[in-house]
Design a protein. Sequence first.
Length: 260
Amino acid sequence: MKTKLLYLVALGACVMTILPPLWALYVSFSVQTDAGVMLGLENYRDVLSQEQFWAALWHSLLTASLSTLISIGLGSMAAFGMTRMGIRFARLALAILAMRMIPSIVLVIPFYLFFRSTGSLDSVFGLTITYLTFSLPFAIWMLQGFFAAIPDTIDEAARLDGANSWTILWRIIVPISAGPILTTAVLIFCFCWNEFLFALVLTDRNALTFLPLLMRYVPPQGPLYGQIFAGSTIYFIVPIVALALIRKQLGRGFVSGSVK
């Protein structure tokens, strides 16, 4: 009885989870005509024909990619130092995780004032820097667990062969942790790809990403639901494909980072 109840609850949760995306997909294909609602590709044609859609998509891809690369690079070096310098930085790791928990609304106004004074407002560079506030702590926290699972004897053997810390990190530790690093990179990319608040406040045209662009599909006469959901469907194909590609690595990565 308990097992059936659990299966029933799980099935209900799955239905509640998948119903909104399916409804959004249906609305994206719905076209209002004189004969009623018809299914067609007009909403997708309207969205794909707009230059601002492609520009916003490019800005989202560029900022998310740059933030991911910088976070993985700096995070790898920080995680290596935290796990290989003799002293376990447990408190520092906890502090880094706490930084990840800072609400974005607390940081967005200081960033806005700083970027306005430095001329970096509405720029890909400025938006990338703001994304590091949540992507870099996450990268350090994740990679620290992965690197800690690698035996120190590998480092000792490499040092006997004359390798320095830089060589050990980039030529030994990083290749061994390629799967977990890829998992972390994809998760960070998805976080940055789906970020809304920083992009809404700190961009306008030159670095406008896609999610704030959706607000421009709400003219005074009413929201353009068909175009909104058509653009959203195209936009969210990227993280769905990325997560599907690392589905197996995702489970292995978390397991390898939890046991030393």
